[in-house]
Write a protein that binds this ligand. Structure first.
Ligand code: 13P
Length: 250
């Protein structure tokens, strides 16, 4: 059975020093019997200090975004080779905050993923519906629309690099968590849709959106849930490591 994966999305929090301290605390609290895979996503400026703390541990680190070109006149962007140089092994792509606040579209998100794949970076590809879309019964349709450009660029040899995160927009940072039934349905729809196009894909689908130690055990045990993508709960070593422990016990 594939191990569960917990990816901490630190968003635009913690400077380089505080990030290093958190990474260090997390590593000391993760005991050898914990089976969960752990990935951390500090801000760009903290990647180097976090990398130093994670050296020699099984915890991996990556970035919260990536540009689709390797270099050029793209002020304010960061490329896949730059992230590789710092030892990143994955990137988050298409987070709903990027889509709603920074103008990422289904197409630009797919281009970002393509660049990551080209450079052998794992991709945590985020999808999720708004409350309005859910209330209109459009959830599966929205998920498919968000996945389509990814599916058209994905190549067989890149399948192992793909992880999906299902994050209903209305559950992010709100304390409102999707129900077990809603999560199960969405995860199964995502698995079905990707394997319809790529029968060999065995990647994980993570759940994100108000994940916390008191709700994660039920979620991570659901069929089709490969782990979690916590935001707020990943900013404290205690709550984050609790999530990691919970995922290890499933
Ligand atoms: P919260 O866990 O703070 O709701 O954030 C979820 C998220 O956006 C992770 O990418």
């Amino acid at each position: 059975m594939t191990r569960k994966l917990v990816v901490g999305n630190w968003k635009m929090n913690l400077d380089a020093r505080a990030s290093a301290a958190l990474a260090r605390e997390i590593c000391t609290k993760i005991t050898p019997e914990i089976k969960t895979e752990v990935w951390l996503t500090p801000s760009f400026t903290a990647l180097t200090s976090v990398a130093a703390e994670l050296q020699g541990t099984a915890v991996r680190y990556g970035a919260q975004n990536v540009h689709w070109e390797d270099k050029g006149a793209y002020t304010g962007e960061i490329s896949a080779p730059m992230l590789k140089e710092l030892g990143c092994t994955f990137v988050i792509v298409g987070h709903s905050e990027r889509r709603t606040l920074f103008g990422d579209t289904t197409e630009t998100v797919a281009k970002r993923a393509a660049a990551a794949f080209r450079h052998q970076l794992n991709v945590v590809f985020c999808v999720g519906e708004t409350l309005e879309q859910r209330n209109n019964g459009q959830t599966n349709q929205v998920l498919e629309q968000q996945l389509n450009p990814l599916i058209s660029l994905l190549q067989d040899h890149q399948l192992d690099l793909l992880t999906i995160a299902y994050e209903p927009v209305w559950a992010i940072g709100t304390g409102v968590i999707a129900s077990a039934e809603q999560i199960s349905e969405a995860h199964q729809a995502i698995h079905r849709y990707i394997t319809k196009h790529f029968a060999k894909w065995t990647g994980r689908v993570l759940y994100g959106g108000s994940v916390a130690p008191d709700n994660f055990a039920e979620i991570v045990a659901l069929n089709g849930v490969g782990g979690g993508l916590p935001g707020g709960a990943s900013l404290k070593s205690q709550s984050f490591v609790e999530l990691v422990q919970i995922a290890s016990e499933v």
